[in-house]
Every structure is written in C-alpha cells, then in structure tokens.
Design a protein around this ligand. Structure first.
Ligand code: KIV
Ligand code: ZN
Length: 498
C-alpha cells in the first residue's frame, strides 16, 4: 500500500508575506475554502500576533473550514503562543506552529545566545504550546544551515516535549538536494523516538532547488511537505504545491500518495494569481500558460498522433479544460458563470450581474475573452468599494506633441478635476492625479504586462508606491494601458488614504 504524504499549505502565511500579495479576510476565506476543496491536510492561516488582521483571518478561516487542520505560526514567545491559541479557538482541529532559529547564524547573530540556551527555549515553547493544543509543530529555523548533530539534539528534545510534527526548514534555500535528503536521513537514523512525530520539509527556492529538495526530503523519510500555490513566497518563493503533488502522482514508483484532487489545481492556481495580483510565469511547470503548449512542428505532430509521445501529464488531470467555451460578446450570463466555476470562483447573483456588465463592456473592445480576463473582471468588482475612483481620463499625446492629461477623480462622492503635462502620457496622468491628492508619493516599481497576444489585449499594471515610509501596492487591468496605469496608481493610493 502507498504511504500517505501530508500536504501543509502555507500560501496564506509564507506566501502572503510577499509585498503586494496581501489579501483581506474575505479573500483569505475564499482561498482557504478552495484549499479545502483541493484536499490539503493543513492550512497555515497566519501569524496571529503579527497584526489584528492576521488574528482575525485565523479566526474566520477556522470558522469557515471543516476538515483540514488550521495552523497558526508563532515565535518561541509565550505571548505569541497565547494569541495563536486564542485565534484557533474555533478550529475543529487546531495546530500551533512554534519554533526558533537553530543555525549558528541565528544563535549568535540574531539571539546573541548559545546552543544550550536555544535548546531550552525550544523545549519550553513546545511545552507551553501543549498547554493549549494537542497538535504542536516545532520549526528549527534555518535548519538547512544547522549542524546535523545539534539539529538532532533539538529534534529529539522537542519530540520528548510533545511536538507532533517537526519542521526542518531550508529557510535560505541554500541546501543541495543531496544535502537536504541526507539531513532528513540523519535525523531518521539518529533521533531517539523520531517515529513519534512526523518530519516536515519547508524549502525555499533561492537557488531554484525548492522542489528538488522537498522531493529528496520525502524520499528520505519526511512525511509532510510545506508548500504554496504557484510556489509563491518571500524572495524566490517556496516549494510549489502543484509540482510536488504531480511529481508523486506521476511517479507511482515512489509509493507515495497525497490527498490532492489534481483536477482542481489549475483553478486554484488562477484564483491565487488573480487575488494576489501575482502573475504565473508562462513557463512555470504544471500551471504556466505554456506548460502544455507545443510550438515545434515535430512536437505538435507527435502529440496529435499520441499525446504521451511528448506529454507526461494529461492537461485534464490538472483541470485544464481543452474544450473551454470561448467567451465573446454574444456569451450569456450562464456561460460566464460556468467559466467562473471552472476557475474556482462562485459569485452571488448581484455580483455576477456586475461582473457580467463589465464583461460585456470588455467584449465590445476585445474579440475573445480568456480566463485571465475573466478573473481580472472579478478583481475589478472588488475595487467598487474604493474611496477614490477614476471618473474620467483624457490624454492627448503623439509624435511632436507635449502629452497632456485631464482627469476627474471621485473622492467619497465629490468630484475633483485637474490637468497636467508630462514627459509621456502616463507621466502626465500621474502628475494630474498628484495635483489632486496632495501627498508626497514616489512610484518605486512600475510594470506593464500584456495578458495575451493581440493588439486588443488587456494591459496589466503592477505598481509600488512609497508614502510616509511605507510601500503600497496597486494593480489594474484595462485595454487602455494609460488608464490601467492611472488606475493602478489610484488603487495604491486607496490603501493609505482613508
Ligand atoms: O522559512 C522558514 O524558516 C519559515 C519558518 C518560520 C517556518 O517560514
Ligand atoms: Zn518559510
């Protein structure tokens, strides 16, 4: 019989730490429910002591989700553990994830401490968490660079103290797959009582080895993997859930199975990408736009004769629907609703009506509406609550002309107009907005991307705006890229103007 591998999803904790990827509570609940539908075993819902928003999200997700375990992160600090326990009080199955850095870098430079003191703190935090919940996971931060002999002492001690799961994070993404696999093997062979707990992998992708390291960890005895949808996470990201799930599904020879319903992978990938405004790179394994696109003639011919000649995964196995209905201006609400359901989005009737109205406007400007467009429209509906809205924007520009923008903003129901010139049409529009919103704001990052190919395509704009020492993220999509740029700027401003 195949051995069960537990999937611990940290999209809503490690994934959500990425600047610009923050979700509100409603969006987090949407993702958590989709993760439940996907079949993950554990959802890491947040770091409750870090902010009231994170605390509330753990509470709401605990209420909304039925069978996966809900996990809350803490440092090895009593207050953190108390707050996590309080946030988990509605969870049907709650887990506290507590821990401390164990590498010399952490012990000496972060804690100005020594190995024995850190060992005692590790034991103490597990024992304290055990007062509140039965299921306690311990993480040895920077285990990837921790000496194996000391790591084994820590792991043995926390298991004795009651840890049910022990997480071995390669926090900096430094390990080679062989090294990481050998580390897990060393713990399995040298820790007394290791079988009383589950060892968990938690790999970061700084050197592009997160998935390879995770697989080596499992092949050497880890039985939980910590992953995120689309591999999102700080810096180069975490191990991606879809890659690990499809590796074990494809390699039956490993005798490892997960509870993941692979046909839901595509829809949740799109949902997370759209809610977090985090594009999936086109060549990303499993869920990238080109993952199953064959352009060479030899490949196309081979696939048409027998799919398995060049494809090791049937796209339908990850929920990519070849026969997707193409949406056009003639499509009705039912077709739009169906497409949204395939993409994992359920809308109430009034929301669906709004999105359908926006869909018809877009379909007038663009021939075929694809999945990214549809998700973009759902996101657009979320900006309806903004305090500052773009009423109109008119720009004149061209060769030999000085670009000029006239703009009207609706701020809490009151209209404000302004005009400005700039070194280009976007610069003119931004200057016009700044002349209405009198704050010192600096655009730190500005990225324009096309979704598809044609000249009628939507342009997506990601922007980071610095204001008063903080960075705020703005996003917009429009077939008019000047309008998308202005809307992204306004989206960011809405995050700090109350
Ligand atoms: O990467 C890491 O070490 C972590 C821990 C906090 C689990 O995310
Ligand atoms: Zn991490």
């Amino acid at each position: 019989m195949a051995e069960r591998l537990f999937i611990f999803d940290t999209t809503l904790r490690d994934g959500e730490q990425v600047p610009g990827c923050q979700l509100n509570s409603i969006e987090k609940i949407e993702v958590a429910k989709a993760l439940e539908g996907l079949g993950v075993d554990v959802i890491e819902a947040g770091f409750p002591v870090s902010s009231p928003g994170d605390f509330q999200s753990v509470v709401e997700i605990s209420k909304a989700v039925t069978w996966p375990t809900i996990c809350a992160l803490t440092r090895a600090v009593e207050k953190d553990i108390e707050v996590a326990a309080e946030a988990l009080k509605y969870a049907k199955r709650g887990r506290i994830h507590t821990g401390i850095g164990t590498s010399d870098y952490h012990i000496k430079h972060k804690f100005n401490s020594n190995q024995d003191e850190i060992l005692q703190r590790a034991i103490a935090c597990v024992k304290y968490a055990k007062r509140f919940v039965e299921d306690v996971e311990f993480y040895a931060e920077d285990a990837g660079r921790t000496d194996n002999e000391y790591l084994a002492r820590v792991v043995e001690a926390v298991i004795k103290a009651g840890a049910t799961v022990v997480n071995i994070p390669d926090t900096t993404g430094y390990c080679l797959p062989d090294q990481y696999g050998a580390k897990i093997k060393y713990l399995i062979e040298n820790v007394d009582g290791v079988h009383k707990a589950v060892l968990s992998t938690h790999c970061h992708n700084d050197l592009g080895m997160a998935t390879a390291n995770t697989i080596q960890g499992v092949l050497n005895g880890a039985r939980q993997v910590e992953v995120t949808i689309n591999g999102i996470g700080e810096r180069a990201g975490n191990t991606s859930l879809e890659e690990v799930a499809m590796i074990f599904k494809s390699h039956k020879d490993t005798n490892i199975e997960t509870n993941i319903n692979s046909q839901k992978i595509y829809s949740i990938s799109r949902m997370v990408s759209s809610l977090m405004n985090m594009p999936v790179q086109p060549n990303k394994a499993i869920v990238g736009r080109n993952a199953f696109a064959h352009s060479s003639g030899i490949h196309q011919d081979g696939v048409l004769k027998n799919r398995e000649s060049y494809e090791i995964i049937d796209p339908k196995d990850v929920g990519i629907d070849d026969n997707a209905i193409v949406l056009t201006a003639r499509s009705g609400r039912a077709a739009l609703k169906h497409r949204l359901q395939v993409l994992g989005v359920e809308l109430e009737q009034d929301k669906l009506d709004n999105v359908y109205g926006e869909f018809l406007k877009l379909a007038d400007r663009k021939k075929d509406i694809n999945d990214d467009d549809v998700l973009m429209l759902v996101g657009k509906d979320r900006t309806a609550m903004h305090r500052i809205k773009l009423e109109y924007l008119q720009v004149t520009s061209g060769v030999g002309l000085k670009p000029v923008a006239s703009i009207c903003l609706n701020i809490a129901g009151e209209k404000f107009e302004a005009a400005a010139s700039g070194n280009g049409p976007v610069d003119a529009a931004i200057k016009a907005i700044k002349s209405i919103i009198h704050r010192t704001m600096t655009i730190q990052e500005f990225l324009i991307q096309a979704i598809d190919k044609g000249s009628d395509d939507m342009g997506k704009v990601h922007m980071q705006v610095e204001y008063d020492g903080n960075v705020y993220y703005g996003f917009a999509a429009n077939t008019d890229i000047i309008a998308a740029s202005a809307e992204a700027f306004i989206d960011a401003i809405n995050k700090f103007v109350q």
